[in-house]
Design a protein around this ligand. Structure first.
Ligand code: UTP
Length: 273
């Protein structure tokens, strides 16, 4: 049973400037809920009730979101507006929240390594909240089953158009069945003509704790960032990474197109309910 889920939320969110100048991109709302809340709901559904966040400067709003707001709650107590807080109150009661700060934004790998202090030495989930995922069963719950079967790191993947492989970590390896591939090769943002496949890693991982030592020994890549893909390649070489084609749909809410698509998706759902 995996109990902890890490949320690296220290990035600057430059694709959403100026909206993200003074507020975290994870607090941008899809309808009435901020992106980060969808992610925490997915972790909680998977039974990962210890939420660990790697934050940075300008991210205080995230901590405040997962805490009670006395004045507001007092004001709307007993009114019809009170139920609008039900979903977040549920998460506040159900989960624990721990925070640590990434001091220098040296990439996702460095952010995950910063989380070692609050994760400790046990397997854990990782959710990048700007990848908003929907499915009949939550993507992290699906991945947990994969972890229980293979007992090694798991990355969620989806097929992307070949022209877009240069935006993702791309995997290839031995396909075990329709949904599972034992990863042999991982490349971060390859040129389309050099990509080993079009299977792209999206913002969901289950990692075994040896990843921390590997990250400690992974030098920064060309842009000065420590890539999680490079560390995962070390695990993959040992046969310890499974790529899982999840059931459901992902919206890249770190960019405008995905953000609008997610908004329309949830708006249509709301209108149908
Ligand atoms: P992104 O590549 O989306 O970067 O990071 P970003 O800074 O958030 O957004 P843009 O590209 O400038 O618009 C992927 C995830 O890794 C986290 C981000 O918060 C996001 O969840 N991250 C990235 C960190 O926590 N620390 C980093 O140093 C880099």
């Amino acid at each position: 049973m995996i109990k902890k889920c890490l949320f690296p939320v220290a990035g600057y969110g430059t694709r959403f400037l100026p909206a993200t100048k003074a507020q975290p991109k994870e607090m941008l709302p899809i309808l009435t809920k901020p992106l980060i809340q969808y992610g925490v709901e997915e972790a909680a559904e998977a039974g990962m009730l210890n939420i660990a966040m790697v934050t940075g400067r300008n991210k205080r709003a995230i901590e405040d979101h997962f805490d009670i707001t006395y004045e507001l709650e007092d004001q709307i107590k007993g009114t019809s507006r009170e139920e609008r807080l039900d979903s977040i109150r549920g998460l506040i009661n159900e989960c624990t929240y721990s925070y640590t700060r990434q001091v220098h934004m040296r990439g996702l790998g460095d952010a995950i390594l910063t989380g070692n202090a609050i994760i400790g030495e046990e397997p854990f989930g990782v959710i990048l909240a700007d990848d908003l995922c929907v499915g009949d069963e939550g993507i992290m719950s699906q991945m947990l089953k994969v972890y229980e079967q293979f007992k090694c790191s798991v990355v969620a993947v989806e097929e992307v158009p070949m022209a877009e492989v240069n935006k993702y970590g791309i995997v290839s390896g031995q396909q075990l069945d329709e949904r599972h591939t034992r990863v042999e090769t991982m490349v971060e943002k390859p040129d389309p003509d050099k990509a080993p496949s079009n299977l792209a890693i999206i913002g969901r991982y289950i990692l075994t704790p040896d990843i921390f030592d590997i990250l400690r020994n992974t030098p920064p890549g060309a842009n000065g960032e420590v890539q999680i893909t490079d560390a995962l390649q070390t695990q993959a070489t040992q046969g310890n990474v499974i790529a899982y084609r999840f059931k459901g749909r992902r919206f890249d809410c770190g960019g405008i197109d995905g953000f609008v698509a997610a908004t329309n998706y949830f708006y249509d759902k709301l209108k149908q309910s």
